[in-house]
Ligand binder design. Structure first.
Ligand code: KIV
Length: 273
């Protein structure tokens, strides 16, 4: 009897093969239940280190640890069966050397079962991307606004809007594409730059504030559902479920205080003797 599951999970090469084709759909996921909800609709889900800010209320992604990424990566794998799962390598876990990156990435892949990792940075990470890709680790790159660099950037603002900075970001994207990244996230960059990178590099580009020129799109799930207080300009709210949660909890509180919940239908009767 075959032990293979009926529906094969998408892989990094499947995403790589989508260059220039049908747009790639992706969202972040941090939990088993949200992974289950989005799995039928997305091509890949990212266990992003944005979980530090979204789930834990941190100011930046800098404090996020490998252990946090592994725990949520395991949850997302349990909740999904179709989409590729990509796990972010958090700040400080890979920049020291290609060897450090391989140790972290291999641990993440082994302990979560995810199919790929993502890391931030362009030219400075090209050697590492090649080192990982040559050793069986599919790497998604991330250039433009790289939130882990907040302490050197100073703020979360769009980049590549003047010629000099656009040229650097183009070089970043070229370097990691040539090094073997299977796809590249372009965050908060100007539309013409996103178009030029998408036209020039071989792997598919995934935009988050990168315009419709990209080969695919990603958003933070909680942002597009209307659960986040403040969102960047590039976020479209596809729903506004924050107020619905507030209203449901208000009704629950009223019913508990009025002793109308739990009702008879929620109560166990004793077994008949
Ligand atoms: O951590 C994250 O959620 C990300 C996306 C914003 C691309 O890196």
């Amino acid at each position: 009897m075959s032990v293979q599951s009926a529906a094969r999970r998408l892989t990094a090469p499947d995403i790589r093969a989508r260059k220039g084709g049908e747009p790639i759909v992706s969202l972040t996921a941090y939990h088993a239940h949200t992974a289950r909800l989005i799995d039928p609709h997305v091509d890949f889900m990212l266990v992003g280190d944005s979980l530090g800010m979204v789930m834990h209320g941190m100011e930046t992604t800098v404090p996020v640890t490998v252990e946090m990424m592994i725990l949520q990566g395991q949850a997302v794998m349990r909740g999904s069966s179709h989409a590729l799962v990509v796990v972010d390598l958090p700040f400080g876990s890979y920049e020291g050397s290609p060897q450090q990156a391989f140790a972290t990435a291999s641990r993440v892949l082994k302990e979560t079962g995810a199919g790929a990792v993502k890391l931030e940075g362009g030219r400075r990470m090209a050697e590492t991307v090649r080192f990982l890709a040559d050793r069986g680790v599919p790497v998604m790159g991330h250039v433009g606004l790289t939130p882990q660099a907040i302490n050197t950037l100073g703020s979360f603002k769009a980049l590549g809007r003047d010629e000099a900075s656009a040229a650097l970001i183009l070089d970043d994207a070229r370097s990691i594409a040539e090094a073997g990244a299977f796809s590249i996230v372009l965050e908060a960059i100007s539309e013409p730059l996103a178009r030029q990178i998408t036209d020039e590099v071989a792997p598919p580009t995934i935009g988050i504030g990168g315009s419709v020129a990209c080969d695919g799109q990603i958003l933070v799930l909680e942002d597009m559902l209307g659960l986040s207080d403040r969102v960047p300009r590039f976020v479209k709210k596809f729903a506004d479920i924050g107020p619905a949660i507030g209203a449901a909890v208000e009704s629950y509180a009223q019913e508990v205080r009025a002793r109308t919940f739990p009702g008879p239908e929620h109560v166990y009767a004793p077994k008949k003797a």
